[in-house]
Design a protein. Structure first.
Length: 571
C-alpha cells in the first residue's frame, strides 16, 4: 500500500507539471497497483514518451526534495575532500559541495536515511540532500578527478627546444626569466605538482642537468629532467614570483608565492619557497599550501576509536597545554587546525601565532610571524596574553623564551596548543626540561602530548589479502596480540593508485594524557623510557602499536608500518 501511495503521488505531480493529461493520469493509476517502481518508470518512458529526468523532477516534488541534474556536474579535486570516493561508490552518493555548516549530497534513493546519518557522523556537518538519477551519479563516481590528472611538460619543453642529450638547441633569448617559455615552465611545474596531489616541489641542480621532483603521499617522484643551462632562468623566475632578490645567489632565502596572481586556471594555492646555494648552482624547495582545502574533521585523521574519544575530551579542558610532536610533514598542523575547528564556537576567543599561516579558518584571529621586525612566537604570545584569549595556538615552541611563556599561559587559565620536534610523546618532557622549564611547571601545565606520523594507505581498489607468517606475524602478535588476515599492496597496482599499490596517507598517533603517576614521574625527573613505561601502563598505545592496529584494520601494510616506526624496545 505504501508503494501504491508513492506511485500515485508521483503520477499526480507529473499531472500538475503538465506532463500527463487527466485521462492518461487516470489510466496509469488503474495499472500502478500491479507494477513495481522500476516497471512504472519503464511504462512512463516507453508508453507515455516521458524522459527519466522529467520523472526525477516529479519524484523530487513527491518527496519534497530538490531535483539535481548530475549529468552536468564536474568532478574536481575538491569533490571527495570531505567524503572518500570509495564510501561514495559504496553508498551511491555524490558530494556536491559544502555551504556553511551543511554538506550537500545527491542520491537516487530518497528512503536511504542511514547513509545521510553516516555522512553526518563522518563530516560533523548537517546534510542537505538532492535527488539525482542513479546512472548520472555512477558516471561521476567513475570519472577520474580532472584535478588529479598529470598534465605533462611536452609542449613547454618543445618551446625551449630541450633535448635529452644536448644543450645546443636552446635559444639564449628564451632563457630570460621573463621569457614566455620560462614563465610557462615555472607555472607548469607548480600546476603539475598541484594536480598530482603533491605537497612539496624540489628543484635540484647537478653538473650537467637539473631535476624536478614532487613529493606525493610522502614519497618523492621524479617529474622532469632539465639541462643545467635552464636552471638559472627558472630559479630567477621563481624568485621574481616569490619577491626574492634575484641577484643574491650565495645565501639562502625564504619567500612566498601567491600563485593565484600568476595563473588563470583558478588554482588558489600559496607556495612557501626556500632557496639554497648548492655545489652545482642554486636549488629550491617549495611547500604547497592549498588555501581551497579546508580542515578535515577529527575522525578522518586516523585516530583510533579510543584515542579519538580521549583526545576530544582533553581538548575541551578549560586550561592547560596540548602539545603535538613529530618531524616536519607529519600532519601536526592539520590535526591542530581540526582540533581548533571542533572547539571553535562564537563564545570562545581563539588567537593563533603561525609561521606561515597555512589555512585560514573562519572565527580565528591569526597572526603571521615576521622575525625580521622582531615579531617572533614569544613576542606574539606575550601580546596575546594581554588580549583576553580563551585558546592560543603557537605554531612551534622553538626556544627557551617561548617555552617559558607558553607554560605560564597554560598555568594562568588559558588553553594553549603548540608543536615540538621530538620523536615520541614521552620525549617531549625531556625536551622542555632542556629548555630550562622546571619539571613541576611541566607536570602542572601539560594536558596531553600527541606524537604523530603519516603513513601511506594501501590502495582500497587493488589490495591483496593474505595471512602473515614468521617474523611478520610475530611483530603483529607482540604489538597488539592478534593474528589474522591482513593486506599488502598489489605488485603493479591499478589505475586508481597509479600503479604503486598505495594511495593517500593516514595518521598514526601516540596520545599521552597526564595522570597522577605520570605527574609524580615528571616531578621526580625520571628518564624518557621510565615515563613511557608509566604512560603505557596507564593505557597509552605507542606509535608502533597504533601503526600495527592500522595494519589489522586493512588500512596499511606491515612493511609501511614498520618503515615509519620501529618496534618498541623490549618487544
Amino acid at each position: 500500500m505504501a508503494l501504491a501511495r508513492i506511485q500515485t503521488s508521483i503520477i499526480n505531480k507529473l499531472n500538475e507539471l503538465g506532463l500527463l493529461s487527466d485521462d492518461r493520469t487516470k489510466d496509469i493509476k488503474n495499472t500502478t497497483n500491479e507494477l513495481s517502481g522500476d516497471e512504472m518508470e519503464k511504462l512512463l518512458i516507453e508508453e507515455y514518451n516521458l524522459n527519466d529526468f522529467q520523472i526525477l523532477v516529479a519524484k523530487s516534488k513527491a518527496f519534497n526534495l530538490s531535483p539535481f541534474n548530475a549529468s552536468n556536474f564536474k568532478v574536481d579535486e575538491r569533490t571527495f575532500e570531505k567524503l572518500e570516493r570509495e564510501f561514495c561508490i559504496e553508498n551511491k552518493i555524490l558530494p556536491v559541495g559544502t555551504v556553511g555548516s551543511f554538506i550537500v549530497i545527491a542520491l537516487s534513493n530518497p528512503f536511504n536515511s542511514a547513509v545521510t546519518n553516516k555522512v553526518h557522523e563522518l563530516t560533523k556537518l548537517k546534510v542537505s540532500t538532492l535527488l539525482a538519477l542513479e546512472k548520472d551519479i555512477d558516471k561521476n563516481l567513475k570519472v577520474k578527478d580532472e584535478g588529479h590528472q598529470e598534465i605533462g611538460f611536452g609542449d613547454v619543453v618543445d618551446q625551449l627546444n630541450i633535448s635529452d642529450d644536448s644543450e645546443d638547441g636552446i635559444d639564449e633569448d628564451q632563457l630570460e626569466e621573463e621569457s614566455a617559455p620560462i614563465i610557462q615552465l615555472a607555472n607548469r611545474i607548480i600546476e603539475e605538482a598541484y594536480y598530482s596531489g603533491g605537497s612539496d616541489i624540489h628543484i635540484e641542480p647537478f653538473e650537467i642537468t637539473a631535476r624536478v621532483r614532487v613529493r606525493v603521499d610522502g614519497v618523492l617522484m621524479e617529474k622532469l629532467i632539465l639541462p643545467s643551462k635552464v636552471t638559472g632562468a627558472l630559479m630567477a623566475r621563481l624568485k621574481v614570483m616569490a619577491n626574492l632578490d634575484i641577484a643574491q645567489k650565495r645565501l639562502p632565502q625564504d619567500g612566498r608565492i601567491i600563485f593565484k596572481q600568476f595563473n588563470k586556471k583558478g588554482i588558489d594555492v600559496d607556495l612557501r619557497v626556500s632557496t639554497a646555494p648548492l655545489n652545482h648552482g642554486e636549488g629550491c624547495v617549495m611547500r604547497i599550501l592549498d588555501k581551497q582545502k579546508s580542515t578535515l574533521p577529527l575522525p578522518a585523521l586516523g585516530f583510533s576509536e579510543n584515542n579519538l574519544a580521549l583526545y576530544r575530551e582533553l581538548i575541551q579542558r578549560p586550561y592547560g597545554m596540548v602539545l603535538h610532536c613529530g618531524p616536519t610533514g607529519s600532519g601536526k598542523s592539520m590535526t591542530l587546525y581540526s582540533a581548533l575547528n571542533e572547539i571553535n564556537t562564537p563564545d570562545t576567543c581563539i588567537r593563533t601565532a603561525e609561521d606561515p599561516i597555512e589555512y585560514t579558518l573562519p572565527g580565528l584571529c591569526q597572526m603571521q610571524m615576521n622575525s625580521k621586525i622582531g615579531l617572533t612566537f614569544a613576542a606574539a604570545l606575550r601580546a596575546y596574553l594581554r588580549q583576553d584569549p580563551d585558546i592560543i595556538l603557537v605554531g612551534e615552541i622553538r626556544d627557551q623564551e617561548t617555552a617559558g611563556i607558553a607554560v605560564e599561559a597554560a598555568l594562568t587559565g588559558h588553553m594553549l596548543f603548540s608543536t615540538l620536534h621530538t620523536n615520541d610523546a614521552p620525549g617531549t618532557i625531556s625536551r622542555l626540561t632542556d629548555m630550562s622549564v622546571e619539571p613541576f611547571m611541566i607536570s602542572a601545565s601539560i594536558v596531553c602530548v600527541c606524537a604523530q606520523r603519516l603513513i601511506r594507505r594501501v590502495c582500497k581498489t587493488c589490495k591483496v589479502a593474505y595471512t602473515p607468517e614468521g617474523n611478520e606475524a610475530e611483530i603483529i602478535k607482540r604489538a597488539i596480540n592478534w593474528n589474522g588476515k591482513i593486506y599488502k599492496a598489489k605488485e603493479n597496482g591499478c589505475p586508481n593508485c597509479g600503479g604503486t599499490g598505495m594511495k593517500g596517507r593516514v595518521g598514526i598517533h601516540e596520545l599521552m594524557a597526564t595522570s597522577k603517576e605520570l605527574i609524580k614521574g615528571i616531578n621526580a625527573g625520571l628518564e624518557t623510557e621510565a615515563l613511557k613505561t608509566i604512560a603505557v601502563k596507564n593505557g597509552m598505545a605507542t606509535l608502533h602499536q597504533d601503526s600495527i592496529l592500522k595494519v589489522k584494520e586493512g588500512i596499511t601494510t606491515t612493511e609501511e608500518a614498520t618503515s615509519a616506526v620501529p618496534p618498541d624496545m623490549g618487544e
